[in-house]
Write a new protein. Structure first.
Length: 153
């Protein structure tokens, strides 16, 4: 029987360009697992680490970026990991970057792109990732006082 595991986090870095959100997507190296696929920041949560702490650590590791406003996307991504025979639950968190900040890619990635909603959806391979972008855009895209309900940290 598959187990349920919650040891991962999905982190989306966004920035505002006029009234629209842009999503930071990373292209995984061709010789890496899931090579040549675009993704947001995703990774494991260490023991005694919160999802938010893990997301911040992973963002800094893979992009060199730090110091963001953080929000819950009010969504849990779920995937079946056949190697562990487990359903993996990953909270989706959003980190808002300000302005045009330089991205310094970690070893696992070869390119990055800032994409508006439709381009991000086209680049992302997994349905959960595409759904997360749509949901984030609907939830936080308009901005305003309602966003404060989703603020974390």
């Amino acid at each position: 029987m598959p187990r349920i595991i919650a040891d991962a986090v999905d982190a989306y870095v966004v920035r505002r360009n006029h009234s629209r959100l842009e999503y930071l997507l990373l292209l995984r190296r061709g010789d890496a697992a899931l090579g040549n696929t675009w993704q947001a920041v995703h990774g494991s949560v260490r023991p005694n680490e919160t999802a938010s702490e893990a997301a911040r650590r992973l963002i800094e590791l893979h992009t060199g970026l730090a110091g963001f406003e953080a929000f819950s996307a009010d969504f849990i991504n779920q995937v079946y990991d056949h190697t562990r025979d487990a359903v993996v639950l990953a909270p989706v968190l959003v980190f808002v970057a300000s302005g045009r900040i330089p991205v310094h890619l970690g070893q696992e990635f070869t390119e990055f792109a800032w994409c508006q909603r439709e381009e991000a959806i086209q680049r992302l391979m997994w349905s959960g990732q595409r759904w997360a972008v749509r949901h984030i855009d609907e939830l936080l895209g308009p901005g305003g006082a309602e966003n404060e309900f989703y603020r974390i940290d």
